[in-house]
Design a protein around this ligand. Structure first.
Ligand code: HEM
Length: 239
């Protein structure tokens, strides 16, 4: 069957005209509910943590003595969203060992020959050396590895955040279990790294949304809507 073949039986009931391509596809439920809920929880908490964290670092709303309790509220919301964020990350780590094949830990590491080959081919595509985007059902190997680095940043961010939180309660369990951080780095440096990681995360987000859009338009697999619905449209020749 050729793309332009509009004879009855070839492309069913499609109206006559120029058909750019015809392919057989399967609808695959790639992202299970926990993956999607965790993804959007992380997204929402990163926004709230960034706004409140920025305010804690630079209280821009009031000049001089604070009339209300703005800083207190900002800290409370920051700490509360940090708890939600940490639960989401913990949930995703557990799901990496219990979820479906596209959610599993080996999607984030180039452990198999196939994944390494896919990572190499995807890199060539991003470098504009290869024309066709390599075919995968779940994350491509390069994206998977980027997510692993992102999770490492999240974990460092969590440890620094807990240690900085512990400073407010000297002698508490939180302080006792996290003040080792300050034997590795002085407090101002810990604050600086905590702030820098926030900017790195936003750098990731800009690239992430762009590459999701790029993959969506190249693959036509509905990748962006897949992170809402869980379903991707995958050509049946794809593994
Ligand atoms: C704070 C913001 C965000 C972070 C930290 C983030 C992080 C991630 C991570 C870690 C994954 C892998 C999912 C998993 O296996 O658990 C992922 C997948 C995905 N995200 Fe995001 N995301 C963010 C925002 C967005 C936004 C705004 C969009 C909307 C376009 C988006 C679209 C997607 C899509 C389409 C996938 C699945 C495709 C793929 O494999 O790359 N993300 N994201």
């Amino acid at each position: 069957m050729t793309p332009n073949d509009t004879s009855k039986g070839a492309v069913g009931t499609l109206p006559p005209g120029r058909i750019e391509s015809v392919r057989e596809e399967a609808v695959v439920r790639v992202w299970e509910l926990p993956v999607r809920v965790i993804h959007w929880t992380v997204f929402a908490t990163v926004i709230v943590l960034s706004i409140t964290g920025f305010y804690i670092g630079r209280p821009f709303l009031v000049a001089g003595a604070e009339p209300g309790f703005t800083m207190g509220w900002m800290r409370a919301i920051h700490n509360l969203s940090a708890l939600v964020f940490m639960s989401a990350i913990l949930g995703r780590i557990i799901w990496a060992f219990t979820g479906n094949r596209w959610a599993r830990w080996d999607q984030f590491l180039p452990v198999s020959k196939e994944r390494r080959e896919n990572g190499r081919a995807t890199l060539l595509f991003y470098l504009l050396i290869r024309r066709e985007i390599p075919r995968v059902v779940g994350h491509n190997a390069l994206a998977g590895f980027a997510y692993l680095l992102l999770f490492v940043m999240f974990l460092v961010q969590i440890v620094l955040g807990l240690a900085l939180w512990g400073l407010q309660y000297p002698g508490s369990l939180l302080w006792d279990s996290t003040n080792w951080v300050f034997s590795l780095t002085p407090i101002p440096m810990a604050r600086l790294i905590h702030r820098l990681i926030m900017w790195f995360i936003w750098g990731f987000v800009i690239h992430h949304v762009y590459s999701a859009w790029l993959a969506d338009s190249e693959e036509r697999s509905g990748i962006i809507s897949s992170i809402f619905s869980g379903r991707k449209h995958v050509p049946t020749d794809r593994g």
